[in-house]
Write a protein that binds this ligand. Structure first.
Ligand SMILES: Cc1cc2nc3c(=O)[nH]c(=O)nc-3n(C[C@H](O)[C@H](O)[C@H](O)COP(=O)(O)OP(=O)(O)OC[C@H]3O[C@@H](n4cnc5c(N)ncnc54)[C@H](O)[C@@H]3O)c2cc1C
Length: 299
C-alpha cells in the first residue's frame, strides 16, 4: 500500500531525489556512458539496444537533433564494435509535428544502421501513436529495410489483430506488457488479464514463425516462455529475452547461464525524468528507496 502511495506521488518528489534513486536505470548522460554500460553488459554475456532518452518532442529542430543523436550512437556502436542496436521513440523524431519529417528521420537512422549491420527497434508509445507507429514500420519494410522491428503491448486489446497484420512479413516483434495508462475500453488493466493476454500473444508470434523479443521481468511470463521454447524446440536464433538496465540483474544472469540470448535496453541522455518516473512506479520497493534517499541513508 505504502509503495503504491509513494508511486502515485512521485511527480511531487523533488527532482534530485528522483535522480538519485533512478540512477541504476540509466547509463548516464553521454554516449560514452552508454558505450561503457554496453561493454560491461557484454562482459556478462548480454547484448544491448541503446536508447537516446527523449519523447514528445515539439519542434522540428529538436526532432532533427534527436535523430542526429541516434546517428551518433550508431557511429559509436560501429567504432567500438558493440553487440548493440538502437531503440527509438517516434515522438522524439517528430511524430507529433509532421509525419513526413518523422519518416525521414527514422529512415535515415534505419538506413545508417543497415550500412553497419545493426538493428533499429521502434519502441511503442501510448495509444494515439499505435497505428501510426505500425504504419511507419510497414513502410520501412516495404522499402526493403529488414533491420527494423516493432513492439506489441500485451495490455492492448487490439494486439491480436496487429499481430495478424504483422505476420505476413514475419516481423521481428518485441512483446511487452505496456507501460502507459490507457482507458479500459482499449486496454486490459488487471495483472492476471494482461499476463493471460501476453501468453496468448507469445504463442501467436511463435505459431507464425516470427522472431520474438520476450521483454519482461515477470517470473510467471519468463517461466511460461521458457517452457514454450523447450516444448516447441526453438533455436537460439528464433527468439531473445529483453530486460531493462538495472532491473532484476540476477534473473538476467540466470537466463544467460541457461543459454538464452538476453538483450538489455540501455537508455542514456539528459531527458531522464519521464523514463525514471515510469521505472520507479514499477519498482515494488520504491517507497524504501525514496525514504532512504530523502534521509540520506546508504549513499
Ligand atoms: C526491453 C524492454 C523494452 C520495453 N519497451 C517498451 C515499449 O516500447 N513500450 C511500452 O509500453 N513498454 C515497454 N516496456 C515496458 C513494459 O511494457 C513494462 O512496463 C515493464 O517491462 C514492466 O513489466 P514486466 O513484464 O517486467 O512486469 P512487472 O510485473 O512490472 O515486473 C515483474 C517484476 O520485475 C521487477 N521489476 C519490474 N520493474 C522494476 C523496476 N523498475 N525496478 C525494480 N524491479 C522491477 C519486480 O520484481 C516485479 O515484480 C519495455 C520493457 C522491456 C523489458
Amino acid at each position: 500500500m505504502f509503495n503504491q502511495l509513494i508511486a502515485r506521488t512521485l511527480p511531487i518528489v523533488p527532482k534530485p531525489i528522483v535522480r538519485r534513486v533512478s540512477q541504476r536505470y540509466i547509463a548516464g548522460e553521454t554516449i560514452n556512458d552508454a558505450v561503457q554500460a554496453v561493454q560491461r553488459l557484454q562482459q556478462r554475456g548480454a547484448v544491448a539496444t541503446i536508447d537516446v532518452l527523449g519523447e514528445f518532442v515539439r519542434s522540428r529542430e529538436q526532432a532533427q537533433q534527436e535523430a542526429g543523436m541516434s546517428l551518433h550512437v550508431l557511429d559509436a556502436i560501429h567504432q567500438h564494435d558493440l553487440r548493440s542496436g538502437v531503440s527509438v521513440k517516434l515522438t522524439s523524431l517528430g511524430l507529433d509535428i509532421d509525419d513526413a519529417l518523422c519518416y525521414t528521420n527514422v529512415r535515415n537512422i534505419v538506413a545508417r544502421a543497415a550500412e553497419i549491420g545493426r538493428f533499429v527497434r521502434l519502441d511503442m508509445e501510448n495509444s494515439p501513436y499505435t497505428t501510426k507507429t505500425l504504419d511507419i514500420y510497414r513502410r520501412l519494410r516495404s522499402e526493403g529495410f529488414a533491420n527494423t522491428g516493432v513492439v506489441i503491448q500485451a495490455y492492448m486489446r487490439r494486439s491480436e489483430d496487429d499481430i495478424r497484420l504483422l505476420a505476413s512479413d514475419r516481423a521481428s516483434v518485441r512483446l511487452c506488457k505496456g507501460i502507459y495508462i490507457e482507458p479500459e475500453e482499449i486496454a486490459f488493466r488487471k495483472r492476471e488479464e494482461i499476463q493471460e493476454h501476453y501468453k496468448r500473444l507469445l504463442c501467436m508470434l511463435f505459431d507464425n514463425g516470427m522472431y520474438v523479443a520476450i521483454a519482461t521481468h515477470d517470473d510467471v511470463l519468463l517461466d511460461f516462455a521458457q517452457e514454450e521454447i523447450i516444448r516447441r524446440g526453438l533455436r537460439r536464433e528464433q527468439y531473445e529475452f529483453q530486460m531493462l538496465l538495472g532491473v532484476r540483474e540476477h534473473k538476467r544472469d540466470e537466463l544467460i547461464r541457461a543459454g538464452h540470448k538476453v538483450r538489455i535496453y540501455v537508455p542514456f541522455g539528459h531527458d531522464w525524468y519521464g523514463y525514471s518516473i515510469r521505472r520507479l512506479q514499477e519498482n515494488p520497493e520504491v517507497a524504501g528507496h525514496i525514504v532512504k534517499a530523502m534521509f540520506g541513508i546508504g549513499r
